[in-house]
Design a protein around this ligand. Structure first.
Ligand SMILES: [Fe+2]
Length: 282
């Protein structure tokens, strides 16, 4: 049985949003027929109510399947809106996107835990995962079955891109990664960098006895805004993730202006990393 996830990110409703690109997503999403959709943060550009309303309307046009969302740094008020930032940083996100900021989604054979990596009350660049959030994910995974895929979703990235462009990653990322290893997490989905990459935590962090194959890292570019960077400068992308019992296939889709549509440009295949599935049959 395959469980398909559609992974979108960094929609950035507001000035950077590209309607001609965004308008292709609902129809394509229906064709791709995912069991669930993940949107890894930055629904808006300036955390304005009209932007959130537009983002909520966009979500309503997607297929009627569970949608896992988490906020991005652009979904909380900027520093100059200091009162909003301190008193009610998530007011619009809670009203239009989701009341909850840290979330769990159960699908057949898959458990996803979304963690809010924004920290508007602290001047932290590139987000942070708190200790209590690591406890939240531990608790969520505690009742996962031995064969379930365990997936973390967070806006900010835990590891730099392979070419190290935009390489400032989350402070205390190693602490979080070590804990995710202990929790036998298989895969992490994220955004924020506005460029896609697919890799493995072993590209950056040494392996550990708890999880010798590392954690699969899947970043999405900006799906619908003009804010693409580095290799995806002014480009738009998303990922399709097919989870099977013992492996995952991740396909990366890029928007091509001259034909005005997204096309699949690469596929990545990984065996299920967790030690629960380490018995190699080769
Ligand atoms: Fe963003």
């Amino acid at each position: 049985m395959t469980t398909r996830l559609l992974h979108l990110s960094d929609l950035h409703f507001g000035r950077p949003y590209l309607p001609r690109v965004g308008d292709t997503i609902p129809g394509l999403a229906a064709e791709l027929d995912p069991q669930a959709i993940v949107v890894s943060g930055d629904f808006t550009q300036r955390c304005r109510e009209a932007e959130f309303r537009a983002a909520a309307n966009f979500l309503k046009r997607l297929p009627d399947v569970p949608v896992l969302t988490i906020p991005g740094n652009h979904d909380v008020p900027l520093f100059y809106r200091v009162l909003d930032r301190v008193r009610s940083p998530y007011a619009f996100y809670r009203k239009y996107i989701n009341e909850e900021l840290d979330v769990v989604l159960n699908l057949p054979g898959v458990k996803l835990v979304g963690l809010n990596s924004t920290k508007p009350l602290r001047a932290i660049k590139n987000g942070r995962i708190s200790r209590w959030q690591l406890e939240f994910s531990a608790e969520a995974f505690a009742d996962a079955s031995e064969t379930d895929w365990r997936i973390i979703v967070a806006h900010h990235h835990f590891a730099p891109a392979p070419d190290y462009e935009g390489s400032d990653f989350m402070p205390k990322a190693k602490r979080a990664m070590d804990e995710f290893n202990r929790q036998q997490v298989d895969m992490i989905l994220g955004g924020h960098l506005h460029r896609a990459y697919v890799g493995n935590s072993l590209d950056v962090y040494a392996g550990s006895p708890e999880l010798e194959r590392g954690i699969i890292v899947v970043q999405s570019g900006t799906t619908t805004s003009r804010r693409g960077r580095a290799r995806e400068r002014e480009k738009n992308s998303f990922n399709v993730i097919d989870l099977e019992a013992t492996e995952v296939r991740i396909s990366h889709w890029l928007y091509f202006d001259h034909i005005q549509r997204f096309c699949e440009v690469s596929q990545h295949r990984f065996p299920k990393p967790s030690r629960r599935a380490l018995d190699c049959d080769v």
